[in-house]
Ligand binder design. Sequence first.
Ligand SMILES: [Zn+2]
Length: 74
Amino acid sequence: MTDRSLPPPLRAVRTAARCPVCSKDVVAGYRPFCSKRCADIDLGRWLKEGYRIETEEGPSEDDPEAAGPSGQGG
Ligand SMILES: [Zn+2]
């Protein structure tokens, strides 16, 4: 028998991929999701984030000292 130095069997990198939406087994066709449904859900989620329009709504507080220093003299 010839002892051939074969490389060790590469372990199949089985990443425990789970659907980020429902934590189910990921389907190759819908990676990284388990189904189109979940893909849509995730897509909708981040779309919502994008829809959020940044508005500069500052607190409209009237300064108590509206009137400036009025010099009254005579
Ligand atoms: Zn899913």
